[in-house]
Write a protein that binds this ligand. Structure first.
Ligand SMILES: Nc1nc2c(ncn2[C@@H]2O[C@H](COP(=O)(O)OP(=O)(O)OP(=O)(O)O)[C@@H](O)[C@H]2O)c(=O)[nH]1
Ligand SMILES: [Mg+2]
Length: 461
């Protein structure tokens, strides 16, 4: 195996070089990113790992600012001498200008000379100006393969096609589009594949990197599905016993809080799993299906927006989303099927229900979480997962949610394991009776398969 390839990330100031490194390393803390020019002042290295081994060393560099001035300086230093590109660059790097007026530019050129190839990051919203042509001409004198990376292609009105045309005119035909904030699902793979065509001797290593990254992505999605499935099992299995009138409302509030917290915990776990920061997520609440973060899981609006309805008039009542099961001698009656509105207060309804069923029902009354709430939990978590899948680590704003897709979770039968969870209260980690047995693990495993993720990216042609 050849030595670890060094890859410089170069380009005009503010083109998104540091952002690209954040996304490729999945590290939102790498370097400093800001809208002001000349943010990165020093070369900084980071290694890309595959299966615990470094595969590629990337170097962030300061932005190029005054390409035209730099070209003049190099031409003056060259004078009438017959020097090829690298000789011109070496002469410049040895000159006093390289440590004074063009100190930042010198860092870039020095790093490029010390690298095997470079990613040339372009803000594709910019028009193709003379200063950019000059920049490319100088970089070309370093005699290293350049892979242009079109950034900001997620923005409307970008000039990707103009840039491609200009790049082709200077002999750069391999170009990748890679928006660092919202990269295409297979963007990274395309980038490394294009790179492999430029540095043929590193092809094996780059292919290993592609494979390892794909495997990591699969494992991550799988872990995410399990996180969501476990939350749903925890909530479906949850039941609170109502002992008497004085405790009823408190019990209801406690149960709802437990469910809300569980949803938040799952959101935090998902955000952590994807390597995003806590502050990328809302402090209060999971995203609603309308893209707001502050809505409550149990509000009838949240259900309505999701196109969900509670089976009875319960949605308008104070206890929306909570079912009451009357359990006796192994018989469980779903409240939603038999119960009217809870408008009169929880305890009255429970008592009334008990009376109607007469002496046949003795035993205790339990609160459980209704199916529509399980559906809503599943929908919200899956939307968050999709947003995280599509988010680059250069993103500076909070997670933005994709539009709501039709989903099996909104209509149709719920996966049967959820009904099973309902009769296994010990499966809920939120319960004092919690007992994580093998059956629970198997239920999570099965449910995880029903959790949807984003569609697989198309095959690389
Ligand atoms: N919307 C959007 N913003 C981006 C993208 N890439 C970078 N930015 C923003 O553009 C600005 C510059 O990004 P940086 O990564 O700091 O750019 P840089 O090339 O490292 O800049 P210097 O270090 O100053 O040369 C920041 O405000 C980023 O948040 C992108 O793909 N989409
Ligand atoms: Mg930078």
């Amino acid at each position: 195996m050849h030595e670890l390839p060094n890859l410089a990330v170069v380009g005009h100031t503010n083109a998104g070089k540091t952002s690209l490194l954040r996304t490729l390393t999945r590290d939102s803390r790498f370097g400093e990113v800001s809208a002001r020019p000349a943010t990165t002042r020093h070369v900084a290295a980071v290694e890309l790992m595959a299966d615990g081994r470094p595969m590629l060393r990337l170097f962030d560099t300061p932005g190029l600012e005054d390409a035209i001035g730099l070209a003049d300086a190099i031409d003056t230093l060259t004078g009438q001498d017959k020097l090829d590109g690298p000789e011109q660059i070496e002469r410049f790097l040895a000159s006093p200008e390289a440590s004074t007026r063009f100190e930042q530019e010198a860092k870039v050129l020095r790093q490029l000379r010390a690298s095997e190839a470079a990613l040339y990051v372009i803000d594709a919203r910019d028009p193709v100006l003379a200063k950019y042509r000059e920049e490319l001409a100088i970089l070309a004198r370093c005699a290293r393969p350049l892979l242009p990376v079109l950034n900001f292609v997620g923005q409307p009105g970008h000039r990707g096609p103009e840039w491609r045309e200009m790049l082709a005119r200077v002999g750069l035909h391999a170009v990748v589009a890679f928006d660092t904030v919202a990269p295409a699902l297979d963007g990274e793979r395309r980038l490394y594949a294009a790179l492999a065509t430029l540095i043929e001797e590193q092809r094996d290593r780059l292919e290993q990197l592609i494979e390892a990254r794909a495997e990591e992505a699969r494992a991550r999605i799988d872990a995410a599905r399990h996180l969501i499935a476990e939350m749903l099992i925890d909530v479906a299995a949850l039941r609170h016993t109502l002992s008497d009138e004085s405790a009823a409302d408190r019990s209801l509030a406690a149960l709802r809080d437990a469910v809300r917290d569980r949803e938040q915990q799952a959101a935090r776990d998902l955000i952590g799993l994807y390597g995003f920061r806590r502050e990328d997520a809302p402090e209060a609440g999971m995203p609603s299906l309308a893209g707001r973060w502050d809505d409550d899981l149990f509000s009838p609006e949240a259900l309505r927006e999701a196109g969900l309805r509670l089976g009875t008039g319960v949605a308008t009542g104070a206890a929306a989303g909570m079912g009451i099961d009357l359990v006796t001698g192994g018989l469980t009656l779903g409240a939603a099927a038999a119960l009217g509105a809870l408008a009169g207060g929880l305890w009255q309804t429970v008592s009334h229900y008990g009376e109607r069923l007469g002496g046949k029902l003795r035993g205790y009354r339990e609160l459980t979480v209704d199916d529509p709430i399980l559906r809503l939990l599943a929908l919200r978590a899956q939307r968050l997962l999709e947003a995280l899948e599509r988010r680059g680590h250069a993103a500076m704003t909070r997670v933005a949610l994709p539009p709501l897709d039709e989903s099996a979770w909104r209509e149709g039968d719920l996966p049967p394991v959820l009904a099973q969870a309902r009769i296994h209260p010990q499966w809920s980690s939120l319960s004092a009776r919690y007992d994580a047995d093998e059956e629970r693990a198997a239920a999570i495993e099965e449910l995880a398969r029903s959790v949807h993720a984003v569609p697989a990216p198309p095959a690389l042609e």
